[in-house]
Design a protein around this ligand. Structure first.
Ligand SMILES: NC(=O)c1ccc[n+]([C@@H]2O[C@H](COP(=O)([O-])OP(=O)(O)OC[C@H]3O[C@@H](n4cnc5c(N)ncnc54)[C@H](OP(=O)(O)O)[C@@H]3O)[C@@H](O)[C@H]2O)c1
Length: 268
C-alpha cells in the first residue's frame, strides 16, 4: 500500500497527480489544499468511488497547518510516508512577462518575498516536518516539482529574462533539494526536483494583447530550443511522464538534481 502526500492538489497539475495516483486502489493518497471544502466537492463529483483519498487543509506559509498535516497523515498511514510530491507553488503574475530591469523595485521586492515564502521557505518546512514519516516509508522519495525556467544553462541559452521571481525561487528550491539530498542520501532518502514540461493549465488564457505578444516571443524561443514543441502538453500526459521519472529515480542517478519530465536535461 504505497502512500503519497501531494501539495497543491486542488487544481491543475497537483490535481492531476491526485487523479492518476489514486486511480490505483492500492495507493493511499493524502493531499494538502488551501480550500478543503471546494476540493472535497470536486473529488465527490469526479471520483466519488475512490476511498483511498484524504484531503487535509493547509498552507505552505502556515507552519502549524503543516505540523497538523503531518499528524493527520501519520494517523492515516501508521507513521510513515512513501512519496512526498511538492507540487504547490506561488506563481504570481506581476513579473511573469517582464525582465528584472523593467519592474517597479518596490513591487518586485514584495513579489519576490511572496514567491520565496511559499516556494522556498514553505517547502523547506514541509520537507523538514515530513522527514520523520519518509524515514519510516518503504520508497523514501521526496519530489519537488520545479521548472526548466530555473535551469541556469537553459536561461543562458534561450535568454529568458521574464518570470524572474518564479525562476529565482525555483532555482533556490533546486538548491533546497540538493541540501536535503546532501543530508539524507546516506539514510536512503531520495530528494529530487522534476520539471513537468510546459503544461496546459490555462495559464496562457485571458492574456492582454501585450502579454500575448511577450508570451509568443517566449514560445518562439521554446520552438528554437525544441523544434518538435507544439505547445503545452495536456495535464494527464505531463503527470504520467513525471510519475514515470519518479518511479525509476534512484539516489545514485537523481539525488539532489533537477531533471525534466524525460528524466534528463531536455526540458521540452
Ligand atoms: N503549468 C506549467 O506549465 C508548469 C511548468 C513547469 C513547472 N510547473 C510547476 O508545476 C507545479 C504545479 O503547477 P500548476 O501549473 O498546476 O500551478 P497552479 O495552477 O498555479 O496551482 C498551484 C497550486 O499550488 C497551490 N498553492 C500555491 N501557494 C500555496 C501555498 N502557500 N500553500 C499551499 N498551496 C499553495 C495552489 O492552491 P490554490 O488552489 O488554493 O490556489 C494551487 O492548487 C508548480 O510547482 C509549478 O511551478 C508548472
Amino acid at each position: 500500500m504505497p502512500s503519497y502526500f501531494i501539495t497543491g492538489a486542488a487544481r491543475n497539475i497537483g490535481y492531476g497527480f491526485l487523479r492518476q495516483i489514486s486511480a490505483d486502489p492500492n495507493n493511499t493518497v493524502i493531499v494538502l489544499v488551501r480550500d478543503k471544502p471546494a476540493t472535497d466537492t470536486r473529488i465527490s463529483a469526479e471520483m466519488s468511488d475512490r476511498k483511498n483519498i484524504s484531503v487535509i487543509q493547509g498552507d505552505l506559509t502556515d507552519i502549524q497547518s503543516l505540523k497538523t498535516a503531518v499528524e493527520e497523515t501519520s494517523k492515516i498511514t501508521g507513521g510513515s510516508l512513501d512519496v512526498l510530491i511538492a507540487s504547490a507553488a506561488y506563481t504570481g503574475d506581476y513579473a511573469r512577462f517582464d525582465g528584472l530591469g523593467d519592474l517597479d523595485i518596490e513591487r518586485l521586492g514584495a513579489d519576490m518575498h511572496q514567491h520565496f515564502e511559499s516556494n522556498v521557505m514553505g517547502n523547506i518546512n514541509l520537507f523538514n516536518l515530513f522527514v520523520p514519516l519518509i524515514r519510516n516509508g518503504n520508497l523514501k522519495k521526496v519530489v519537488a516539482i520545479s521548472t526548466g525556467l530555473s535551469d541556469l544553462d537553459l536561461i543562458r541559452k534561450l535568454r529568458i529574462a521574464n518570470a524572474a521571481p518564479y525562476s529565482i525561487t525555483k532555482a533556490a528550491l533546486n538548491m533546497v533539494v540538493a541540501k536535503f539530498h546532501a543530508q539524507y542520501a546516506d539514510e536512503g532518502i531520495l530528494f529530487m526536483a522534476i520539471c513537468p514540461g510546459s503544461v496546459a493549465t490555462g495559464n496562457f488564457d485571458n492574456l492582454t494583447p501585450e502579454q500575448e505578444t511577450k508570451a509568443g516571443v517566449m514560445f518562439q524561443k521554446f520552438i528554437k530550443y525544441a523544434p518538435h514543441f507544439t505547445g503545452p502538453a495536456p495535464i494527464e500526459d505531463a503527470v504520467k511522464d513525471v510519475l514515470q521519472v519518479v518511479d525509476k529515480a534512484t539516489i545514485e542517478t537523481n539525488g539532489g538534481i533537477l531533471v525534466s519530465h524525460f528524466g534528463n536535461k531536455q526540458f521540452l
